[in-house]
Design a binder for this molecule. Sequence first.
Ligand SMILES: Nc1ncnc2c1ncn2[C@@H]1O[C@H](COP(=O)(O)OP(=O)(O)OP(=O)(O)O)[C@@H](O)[C@H]1O
Ligand SMILES: [Mg+2]
Length: 227
Amino acid sequence: MDSRRFLVGLTGGIGSGKSTVADLFAAHGVTIVDTDAIAHALTAPGGAAIPAIREAFGDPVIAEDGALDRAAMRAIVFADPQARHRLEAILHPMIGHCCELMIAEASGPYTMVVVPLLVESGRWRQRIDRLAVVDCPVEAQIARVMQRNRFERSQIEAIIAVQASREARLAAADDVVDNGGDPQALAPQVDALHARYLELAARKAAGPGGAGETGPAAATHRDEEGR
Ligand SMILES: Nc1ncnc2c1ncn2[C@@H]1O[C@H](COP(=O)(O)OP(=O)(O)OP(=O)(O)O)[C@@H](O)[C@H]1O
Ligand SMILES: [Mg+2]
């Protein structure tokens, strides 16, 4: 693994626009490692996590096609925090392993990993060089997910309640993508961040002998912008 390759973490609450923003970075040629997509693949029919999930939770959480029955699993983990921990204990190491393989194989000056609960994860916060947060008002999150998933408002509010607060995410951010308005407003923000990440990635690649600080540079940059 090339530990000098710059790694940007992208996060945001449910429905904030992470996937939309990640697509714009991908259009710049950035390799996107999407933990949701990996989790999906692991729990699809024949997925690597299915045997362990069946063993832990029994047949009722496995659909007829052999995939994880997401609605059944969601109901269980919302009712029982212990069940959530057991599911995470199965999935998180597998997701982490897949991510590392994909990060190691990625080409390009930097890689972006999309992690919905990045702020909540000490391991991911250690792993990344820079944290970008997609931000929008909670009401916008609710409206978007109601429209996209046809979920009940209460269901979305329950999900938001177990995620880090908007304030906690913003406090942890090095960079903020404002997605509270029109989607058209995203591209210029992504363009500017991409240019900054290319610069930071080049500095990191130059190593300690070059102009190569990343953590302190990131903090300074944030302070300069008053975030
Ligand atoms: N600025 C915007 N205005 C209106 N709708 C938007 C905006 N940005 C994204 N959307 C829509 O809102 C929904 C959520 O966006 P997206 O899937 O990118 O969010 P996400 O953070 O990846 O969500 P999840 O947490 O579920 O993975 C999508 O249907 C998307 O098309
Ligand atoms: Mg998404």
